[in-house]
Ligand binder design. Structure first.
Ligand code: ZN
Length: 101
């Protein structure tokens, strides 16, 4: 199901999303600095990079669009994962490909 709803963020909403992304980024950096487990560190670096990409997409007006199919990412999904870069169906598709390895 493709949503036709336009995700047009006001400047105020954009600033709010950016603030939340930056807070999440700072939190991940803190984990990297304090965590002993290298597995968690690597995982957190992946999160930081994903958050950085989301901030760049926000600056370019592409935030909230799927990087695979350009559809608008479901609002519920963005609420759960503010830095989400794929819509639910593309995400599932990629996950299923990874599971095959
Ligand atoms: Zn997609």
């Amino acid at each position: 199901m493709k949503s036709r709803d336009r995700l047009s963020l006001t400047e105020k909403q954009k600033a709010e999303v950016k603030k939340r992304l930056e807070e999440k980024r700072a939190h991940k950096i803190e984990i990297i600095l304090n965590e002993k487990s290298s597995h968690i560190k690597i995982h957190s670096w992946d999160d930081v990079r994903r958050i950085d990409r989301a901030i760049r997409r926000l600056d370019r007006g592409m935030y909230g669009r799927c990087i695979e199919c350009r559809a608008y990412i479901e609002g519920e999904r963005l609420k759960f994962m503010i830095e989400a870069e794929r819509c639910a169906s593309c995400h599932e598709h990629i996950e299923s490909l990874e599971r095959r390895h």
